[in-house]
Design a protein around this ligand. Structure first.
Ligand code: DQA
Length: 141
């Protein structure tokens, strides 16, 4: 079984970026925890990050062509990107799990709308880095 965990803009700065909101773990540390869990679950995990919208679309196309389940933290593109939504809509038959470290619903109003949610099987938000492990379990199940 294959799972792709896809990360959008500014998540390369986790650990330094607003740690009171996003926590102290770096993305590399989160990936390490996810790879360890993937090993236990017998999942082949691809873990990627990009700061560009087109890059995120390309990652989604690659997951689709491999038939991989998708966990996506689209970061700010969650709230803005019809292109990311359209790409996710091509992933019929695959799970799409929307993921956020923070809970966008208790933050600014512009974070309350999600394009990703329109194509998501389910959403995990507000559990910090631990949410990545929850999402991986959900995608593997
Ligand atoms: C985020 C929430 C988004 O609103 C924000 O733009 C991010 C990170 C999260 O993981 O909590 O960059 O997706």
């Amino acid at each position: 079984r294959a799972v792709h965990i896809l990360n959008g803009p500014n998540l390369n700065l986790l650990g330094q970026r607003e740690p009171e909101i996003y926590g102290a773990d770096t993305l590399a540390q989160i990936e390490e925890q996810c790879q360890a869990l993937a090993g236990e679950l017998g999942v082949v995990l691809t873990f990627r990050q990009t700061n560009s919208e087109g890059g995120l679309v390309d990652f989604i196309h690659q997951a689709r062509s491999e038939g991989a389940q998708i966990v996506i933290n689209a970061a700010a593109y969650t709230h803005t990107s019809v292109a990311v939504l359209d790409a996710l809509k091509t992933c019929d038959g695959l799970q799409v799990i929307e993921l956020h470290l923070s809970n966008p619903h208790r933050r600014e109003a512009f974070r309350h709308h999600s394009y990703v949610a329109l194509a998501a099987t389910g959403v995990i938000a507000g559990f910090g880095a631990g949410g990545y492990l929850m999402a991986l379990r959900a995608a593997a199940g």
